[in-house]
Ligand binder design. Sequence first.
Ligand SMILES: [Fe+2]
Length: 115
Amino acid sequence: MQFKDILKSVESEGKEKHVPVIEIGKGKGEGGVDIVHVVVGKETPHPNTVEHHIAWIELFGVKKDGQVINLGRAVFAPAYTSPNVRFQVPVAEFKAFCAIAYCNIHGVWENCLEV
Ligand SMILES: [Fe+2]
């Protein structure tokens, strides 16, 4: 088994609630900085209870030379914080962003966006 065998993506059942959606906001942050926005359940909200919730989101960036950078991780308190996070990132240094999100019931979900 390899790590890719446990990651679920847009082809998997239940994708509407689980796939992390990545959006780039060039210059959209405070003071004109770039923002990478990641949200789970953009179209169809995911449950947010102690029993069933998105526990964390992690963002990776792929630099133009191929180096992968772990850009950050947001951990959520079920029932209090929603899986919706903005990372301040110099977008021009990257050629792609990939996010993974963990649902405590349905596993690890991935998505990537080329820029
Ligand atoms: Fe779930």
